[in-house]
Ligand binder design. Structure first.
Ligand SMILES: Cc1cc2nc3c(=O)[nH]c(=O)nc-3n(C[C@H](O)[C@H](O)[C@H](O)COP(=O)(O)OP(=O)(O)OC[C@H]3O[C@@H](n4cnc5c(N)ncnc54)[C@H](O)[C@@H]3O)c2cc1C
Length: 508
């Protein structure tokens, strides 16, 4: 079904009103629904989701072996114990989310098959008007909401990022992106090249290696991996002494977060020691003769990019067994039969998988207007990576990369609910974040400091994202350990929050 762009006529059909409209039913949107239900029981809300089901990332990715690369004690919600192995498959994550939906009767708040195209803010009414299209009927539908809670993730689901290489059109085999993995792709007995060395490549390669003739991972530069058994000894001990699952969940989260804080600190203060430790883990699987320096020693410091946990070192087991291998070199071009590398080496393959990352999607590719003016998100300044100057009554959940995304879902959900309850108690209709007098001369910088975190998809799209300042209020620090103290302590009466600005202005 093609999606209709709302016309002037279709926009005139009646809009349904909700206090809060949540965009997306991935792990963020389902978390938002849970917290609204429990912390703002008087608020009406709806979740609009483009797919026919929940899960977002975990519904959409279907490549073999799809799994988390962070542990589910912290990738799971704070309120719902996780009792499986720390690294979970996509299917296990969906099952967990389904339980959250069922146990809390959230389904009746979620409208599936609703893709949002545009959102218009009116200062006259202090309302968002949202235009969407129903997938089943193609019908345009309209909603109004006081508050927009953006849980649309950070990347475009429809199409992954594939660089343009010379000669791609000459290649006679099949080119596949993991984001759009064909259900019927037959890789058995075939020669497969996987371009990329991130978490996706590390997941996919061990999952298919056994059935292929051979898999070659082609990488321009190496990534850090953290191989370890897929179990949490601390949690297992607690279970063995019959501690209840809620306590196991809570204590295991604390323990993991404590350990991660240590690794993050060490990565910053003693990067060489952490590097040695990580490489020793790889060496354990690949033996003394393997060229770890060339294939597994990244150019960046540990934690400058996401560190992928590799359960039981499975990718290294594949390499050690000879079913998989690594080529570290730049691609010169595609050939009829595979790839020609800059070194002159030629690699042949029946299938080439481009595990080359995402296209960043800013605010769900929704056209935003503020009082009739198109919103240029890049001209706004972010308030703690969640709200934006000049964009009233809106919050975006952009999670953590060094820690589990969902930690920020719970943390920001507490904040949104506190903000909504504060506004209700004071009769406010509108909240803006605005630079204070002391921020006027603040230098405005790109969204993320590349020295702090620099994955390619962010570097490619930094110009589309809001600006950051040089104070914690105006940055997404990506630092969970700091935010878990700072966010609950935010003073909602502080100067950077402006309530009912228009009304106040006309009163004065
Ligand atoms: C393969 C893979 C593995 C990952 N593993 C981890 C991990 O182990 N740990 C970790 O912390 N993070 C991981 N991440 C990052 C991951 O994306 C986030 O952790 C998290 O799942 C994002 O959840 P979300 O709900 O914010 O966004 P998404 O999962 O992207 O869901 C967003 C939802 O919003 C919907 N939506 C978007 N735009 C619109 C629109 N205009 N109208 C209606 N609906 C819309 C989408 O259809 C989608 O369902 C991984 C990412 C990938 C791709």
């Amino acid at each position: 079904m093609t999606e209709a762009t709302p016309t002037a006529e279709s926009k005139s059909s009646p809009a349904e009103h909700f206090d809060v409209l949540v965009v997306g039913a991935g792990i963020s949107g389902v978390g938002a629904a849970y917290h609204l239900k429990h912390q703002c029981p008087d608020k009406s809300y709806v979740v609009l989701e483009a797919y026919d089901t929940f899960g977002g990332t975990w519904h959409m990715h279907r490549y073999p072996g799809i799994r988390s690369d962070s542990d589910l004690y912290t990738f799971g919600y704070r309120f719902k114990p996780w009792s499986g192995p720390p690294i979970a498959t996509g299917a296990e994550i969906l099952k967990y989310m389904n339980e959250v939906i069922e146990e809390n009767d959230l389904d009746r708040h979620i409208r599936y098959g609703h893709r949002i195209q545009s959102a218009e803010w009116s200062s006259e009414d202090n309302l968002w008007t949202i235009h969407a299209t129903r997938k089943d009927t193609g019908e345009p539908v309209h909603f109004t909401a006081n508050f927009l809670w953006m849980c649309q993730g950070y990347y475009r689901h429809a199409k992954g990022f594939t660089p343009e290489w010379e000669g791609m059109e000459d290649y006679e085999g099949e080119i596949v992106h993991p984001q759009t993995w064909p259900e019927d792709l037959d890789y058995r007995g075939k020669r497969v090249i996987v371009i990329g060395s991130g978490a996706t490549a590390a997941t996919l390669i061990p999952a298919i290696a056994g059935e292929t003739e051979h898999v070659t991972m082609v990488q321009r530069s190496p990534t850090y991996f953290f191989p370890a058994p897929n179990r949490n000894e601390f949690a297992d001990t607690l279970r063995a002494i019959e501690v209840d699952e809620e306590t196991v969940h809570d204590l295991t989260r604390r323990k993991i977060l404590h350990d991660q804080a240590e690794i993050t600190r060490l990565s910053r203060e003693q990067p060489e020691d952490v590097k040695k430790l990580l490489l020793a883990g790889v060496r354990m699987y690949l033996g003394p003769d393997y060229d770890i320096e060339k294939h597994f020693t990244p150019r960046y410091r540990p934690w400058q990019q996401r560190l992928a946990f590799v359960p039981d070192g499975d990718i290294f087991q594949g390499i050690a067994s000879g079913k998989a291998s690594v080529v570290t070199d730049e691609i010169e071009r595609f050939t009829k039969k595979g790839l020609l590398m800059k070194s002159g080496e030629e690699l042949e393959a029946d299938i080439i998988v481009t595990a080359t990352g995402f296209n960043l999607s800013v605010l769900g590719d929704i056209d935003f207007t503020i009082d009739g003016e198109p919103l240029d998100f890049a001209k706004t300044v972010t308030y703690r990576g969640m709200m934006f100057t000049g964009v009233p009554n809106l919050l975006w959940i952009f999670g953590y990369f060094r820690a589990s995304w969902t930690l920020r879902v719970d943390l920001l959900a507490d904040f949104v609910c506190r903000l909504l309850n504060h506004m209700q108690a004071n009769g406010y209709q509108r909240v803006d974040v605005a630079l204070r007098e002391e921020d006027r001369d603040m230098e405005l910088l790109p969204w993320m400091d590349p020295d702090n975190f620099n994955p390619n998809y962010l570097m490619r799209s930094m110009h589309l994202l809001p600006k950051r300042g040089d104070k914690p209020e105006w940055q997404h620090t990506q630092d969970y350990w700091r935010e878990r103290k700072e966010i609950p302590a935010i003073d909602l009466t502080a100067e950077e929050f402006q309530y009912d600005r228009e009304t106040r202005r006309s009163d004065s």
